[in-house]
Design a protein around this ligand. Sequence first.
Ligand SMILES: Cc1ncc(C[n+]2csc(CCOP(=O)(O)OP(=O)(O)O)c2C)c(N)n1
Length: 684
Amino acid sequence: MSMDSNFDPSSFGSNWDAKAFFKNDRGFVADKLSEDVKEKLTMLGAYARGSIIKMTTNAGSGHPGGSMSSLEMYLLLYSLAKLRPDEPRWEDRDRIIISHGHTSPGAYSALGYNGFFNVKDAEREFRLAGSPFEGHVERSVPGIEWDSGNLGQGLSAACGKAVAAKALGKSFHTFVIMGDGEQQKGQIAEARRFAAKTKLNSVTALIDYNKLQISGDISDVMPQQIAAGWRSDGWNVVEVDGHDLDALYAALKTSYAAQGTDAAPTVIIATTIMGKGYPAIENDHNYHGAALKPEQAREAFVALGLTADGYDDLDKLAETRKAGTSVTLPAFPTVEPKVKQGEPRTYPVDEKVDNRSAWGNALVDIGKVNNIDKADGLACVVYDCDLAVSVKTGGFAKEFPDNFIQYGIAEHSTCTSAGATSSEGVLTFWSDFGVFGVSETYNQSRLNDINHANLKIACTHCGLDVGEDGKTHQCIDYFALSRSVFGWRLFTPADPNQTDRIVRHISSTYGNALIVMGRSKMNPISAPDGSALFGTDYKFQAGRTDLIRDGRGVTVFCAGNVAAEGVAAYEALHAEGIDVRLISSAHWADFHEADLERIAEFGKIVTVEDHNVNTGIGVSLSSELFAMGLSAEIIKLGVREYGPSGKATDVYKLMGIDSGAIVSAVKTLLTQDSTPSKNAMASA
Ligand SMILES: Cc1ncc(C[n+]2csc(CCOP(=O)(O)OP(=O)(O)O)c2C)c(N)n1
């Protein structure tokens, strides 16, 4: 381990090296902690507490209280779990998920003193703009597995990792550490039921039971029966003193050894003291999230027995911090599954099919062509939240029951678990209705994005096309929400054939992706010659728009479900001798310049979307045209209020996004005396 001037190796014995010292004990192999190991962990505890204080005092902010109460858990895990400090992303390592991400100083100290990096770097740069040592744990720091800070998601992530281990045939164990106030989050209950149901005993949960949270005593803020809650959901509950190394070790070892047996998963509820180690702040909730002043920090060093000459380098840390960050760390590597797309299916134009069936069929094809049910096949799972019949993953479930995961009505946890599974190199899908798979789980998708997951979410019942379910079920914000998370790619197929191609495309390209579909059956869109437009010769091109019909005067620009309305409008206008240009967009990346020019060529555009008109494609297109210096008159057709219950065709009509509304908008633009766009003048 890299020593530095403020870490006094003489107190550990000559030539002491954490990496070498703990190496043979990793994997909780010893029956109990040896005196030597215990002594070293105790000493590391003092140093690590000193570093927690240095980090937070130097930054002038952060969370010392919980970091100090969780510390023995961090030390035991980072010292004795199956990890390689020199090879922190070794694929068979145990996974340690920190759910209460604000205790990052605790994790960074324990990792630093185990030789994952130089703890001095974290002391100097904690919370400094540009440093990897962020306020909440970040995966670029060696040893950290999952960015967190949004409380309540860690257990779900741990479950997702455990699902991945099973799918990949790996035997790593996953630990997750949580706060006790955090137990108030409902998502944790979703995850623990899932873990209990699936006997996920490759997960060990730990709770830092310091009985305090930001606003004070956890039982005043929100009374809860933590142990009883876990027990009633079927977990094995072990209660220990969280500062007693022997007791904690015994609990961890027993749970670790239970992996693969018939035992229920274990939660270790560790009673601790917030601010443990500096009596002046112990059990004081004010230090949940407040840094000590330098003079308090100095007092704390003395209380911790850290009095070696030169130990107090707070002034030097403050000085060097001014120079800015100097630590750069490689990004967490992504694990990309190698997926075969299989042969596309083409649905004939005279056969009514729904996009969701096309999705379900493509999914089965992908399962088959990649041998996902064979030992040497691709690791692949599909998550469901009690909607397989409607979202058309039932065929997959029947064909591949072992690859199908029923998570119940627990979308928040499912979203996080599925994201975590995908991050381990497992081809992972989750299918749900739009309101649950997009609108309800925005924050979980955001955290998956921050973690560079590779989750494929297929949402049906998007827009107003939800059958007769009405406004509560109409997801009209998929564009706005998915565009608000930087990494998510949004796909809006126009018909079943394009759905098929896009499912194959997203399966075989890395990154989070959302494909949105309506519910209704439709005839696949035809080319002018009557063949399927997205048929055998069609190749999906990411980031490009599709010319459905060419014409002049006005461009009708649509996305997804409403492309068919665009075709109907084109035909009605054509019958009256008006030929418009009809373009649809199936992938919402930044527009290609040539596409923008083609859309704006006539200076008159009607945009049509089955989405909130205030935050959808119309406004997005307008701003991109403006940025390119292109001007056009635009009529935006879209959803302007929550829609009523009814058949999609009737609801579209009532809400003004059907073919009739498109025809009227085109005629309005054609009768208006308008200034042509710059581009139109140039091409005239
Ligand atoms: C979902 C969510 N809500 C609120 C917060 C703000 N927050 C950060 S820490 C915290 C209290 C956590 O209490 P506890 O789990 O007991 O941790 P400890 O105080 O022991 O560190 C809150 C409310 C958050 N990070 N995430």
